[in-house]
Each structure stands twice: as structure tokens, then as C-alpha cells.
Ligand binder design. Structure first.
Ligand code: PLP
Length: 363
């Protein structure tokens, strides 16, 4: 057996800065991992409990009601049309899907998986798990004549908050279809547009109404505070989703039945999403002002859950400077070599902690 060679787990390397930030007399403001801090909505908790006494196995495909709720939410919230509920597949959060997708789709040695220049680290890990080769590229021209097996898109981006416009997305889809390349769009921040309106790869303006060769990955972690429940889904090309379902049935990759019910209720409730958006928007305004006031420049960040901030110095110096003030952020290098002079600031702290960070930055 060959031992799988994966990069180190990035967060483990942050221990020293974490200890420094925790030593602040008024406590740490943790803006590093983008983990939700607001309560799980009561209706969602009730939904979870309402089916907690079903002893049998849930289905891998999820309940028909959950799949229907996903179709309706995509249509209402994002203008996505033409999704057959059969082409929706619940996932145990989206991270596991990101990590296993190249392998589940049959990518392997000799295949290239394109990931963004600055990217959520799990895209690279997923390619490596499959034995494929990850290639960082933000443009089709950067790829040259190479034909990859699949291309990851992530708009709004983690970490930069960049949004890919309809024209950009359409070009990628047309290019991929000409070559038989699968395009997978990680849309876990799609509902968090601030200065730009993020668009799904499955929107008719992008894909021309056909989902062939396309997958969209969605998560309820950030939009409904369900990171702890592990709740996501993938949808798009019915044939690709059927392939995924077939393998995942065999492999036991099943979302627990109570979580399926919680997802159904969360997907049907737009007021809940609107409330969460308001919270993140006000934290974003406060942090943006505070970081800018402290001499930072914010790049991109027009959507999503992060500010991509820089003082045009090595990222480690910035992380250390902030840690001295009790503020923990993620170094840009976690996301790729191009992140060497940026830090990623998550909007996921309570109002009280965000106000504390702003105060410290103004001193
Ligand atoms: C771009 C991106 N994709 C996927 C995930 C995974 O989210 P989850 O597994 O909670 O659905 C994250 C989490 O931060 C992310 O930033």
C-alpha cells in the first residue's frame, strides 16, 4: 500500500498565534475559522427533534420533501430553473463531498483537477485523495492546451470574496462542454452577496438551461448556522448525480434522517436566511471600517463570509501584529502561494466580539 501524502492540516500551524491572541487580558477575538456563532434557529431544532425517534436507516437520496425544498429554494433564492428533485443529493456537509468528489467521479492518476489560484484547501486534498493532479488556475488561458478532468469554481470565493460574473461563468461552461470537462461550482456562500450578486452555475443565463456536465455544491452551514449538523447537497447534471448516488449508497454516505428534516425546514424559510444575512452584513461593515481605519486595504470581498485584507507585508507579520491585539485571523498562505501578503478575516464572531476587535484596532 502507498501511504497517502497530504499537505499538513493548515489550522494546526496556527497554535503559536492562537496562544498569543488568547493571552489578551480581554480575551481572544477569533476571526480565523469561519464557524457560525449565532443560535441554530428554533424551528430547525424542532424539525430535527420531530423525527428523532425513527429507528430505521434513512435513504442516501434523502426524503422527497427535502429534495423538493432544495429545488424550490434554488429557484426562489437564486433563479435556478429546471432542477429535477431526483437530481438533488444530500451530503454530510459539503466538505466531505469536496474531498471525495474527484474520486467518486472516477478521477485518478493522470487526471488534472483545476482549482482556483487561491482556494479552500480541500479542493487540492480531494484531487490528491483521488491520485489526480491539482492545478491552480483562474483563467482558461492559464491552462494552455491541457484538458483537465474537472474544474472547480468557487464564487463567492473563500478566501477572497471575489464573485465571478455571468460572462466569466458562461465562458467556462462553454469551454468545458466543448472538451467534455466536468465543472463543479462550490456555491456555499451564494446567498451572501453584498456589493455584487453571485450567480449559480445552474442559472439559465450561465448554462443556457441545460445542466449537462455541471454540478453545484451547496451548504447550509453558513446560511442557516447548521455547521454542527453537517448539512449540504449537490445538484446539477442528473447523470452525474445518479452516479454519485450509486457510489454513496454503497459507501454509506448518508445524511442522518433528523438532519434531513432540519435541512428541509431551513431551506423553506427565507426569513431565517434574511436575518442571518443582516447579522453578517452589520459585522462586515464594522470590521471593514475598523481594518481600513487601521491601515489595511481590503481586496475583493464583495460577497461571502470573509474580508481579504492586506498591509502589503508578509502575511505572517500581519497575523502576528493582530494576535498581539488579541485578534486571530487566517494567513493568506493557507489558501495558496498567491496569498503571501493577505490575511483572511472571518465575519463569524458575535456582535460583542466584533465590536471589541473594532475597538482594539482603533487604539
Ligand atoms: C469554499 C468552501 N466550501 C466548502 C466548505 C465546507 O463547508 P461545510 O462542510 O460546512 O458545508 C467551506 C467551509 O468553510 C468552504 O469555505
Amino acid at each position: 500500500m502507498t501511504r497517502l501524502q497530504l499537505p499538513g492540516f493548515p489550522w494546526d500551524s496556527l497554535a503559536e498565534h492562537t496562544a498569543r491572541a488568547k493571552a489578551h487580558p480581554d480575551g481572544i477575538v477569533d476571526l480565523s475559522v469561519g464557524t457560525p456563532v449565532d443560535p441554530v434557529p428554533e424551528a430547525v431544532r424542532d424539525a430535527l427533534a420531530s423525527v428523532s425517534d425513527i429507528p430505521g436507516y434513512p435513504t442516501t437520496h434523502g426524503t422527497a420533501e427535502l429534495r423538493e425544498a432544495a429545488v424550490e429554494a434554488l429557484s426562489r433564492r437564486h433563479g435556478v430553473t429546471g432542477v429535477d428533485p431526483d437530481a438533488v443529493l444530500p451530503t454530510i456537509g459539503s466538505k466531505e463531498l469536496v474531498a471525495w468528489l474527484p474520486m467518486l467521479l472516477g478521477a485518478g492518476a493522470g487526471d488534472v483537477v483545476v482549482i482556483p489560484e487561491l482556494a479552500y484547501p480541500t479542493y487540492e486534498v480531494g484531487a490528491l485523495i483521488a491520485g489526480a493532479t491539482p492545478r491552480r488556475a483562474d483563467s482558461l488561458t492559464a491552462l494552455g492546451p491541457e484538458t483537465p478532468a474537472m474544474v472547480w469554481l468557487n464564487s463567492p470565493s473563500n478566501p477572497t470574496g471575489r464573485v465571478l460574473g455571468v460572462d466569466h461563468l458562461r465562458k467556462v461552461v462553454d469551454w468545458a462542454r466543448e472538451r467534455g470537462v466536468t465543472v463543479v461550482s462550490d456555491e456555499c456562500y451564494l446567498a451572501l452577496g453584498w456589493d455584487a450578486d453571485p450567480v449559480s452555475i445552474l442559472h439559465p443565463d450561465v448554462c443556457g438551461g441545460s445542466h449537462e456536465g455541471l454540478l453545484a455544491v451547496h451548504s447550509l452551514s453558513k446560511s442557516a448556522n447548521l455547521a454542527g449538523y453537517r448539512a449540504g447537497f449537490v445538484t446539477g447534471d442528473p447523470a452525474l448525480v445518479a452516479d454519485l448516488l450509486a457510489v454513496r449508497k454503497h459507501a454509506g454516505m448518508i445524511v442522518p434522517r433528523p438532519v434531513q428534516e432540519a435541512m428541509r425546514v431551513a431551506l423553506a424559510d427565507d426569513a431565517l436566511l434574511d436575518r442571518q444575512r443582516e447579522l453578517y452584513l452589520s459585522r462586515r461593515e464594522l470590521l471593514r471600517e475598523a481594518f481600513t481605519g487601521a491601515g489595511f486595504r481590503i481586496d475583493h470581498s464583495e460577497a461571502g463570509l470573509y474580508l481579504w485584507a492586506t498591509r502589503d507585508e508578509p502575511t505572517d507579520d500581519t497575523v502576528a501584529w493582530l494576535a498581539e491585539r488579541g485578534i486571530l485571523v487566517a494567513p493568506g498562505t493557507f489558501y495558496g502561494p498567491g496569498g503571501g501578503s493577505h490575511v483572511r478575516v472571518a465575519l463569524t464572531a458575535t456582535d460583542e466580539r466584533v465590536a471589541t476587535a473594532a475597538k482594539r484596532l482603533s487604539e
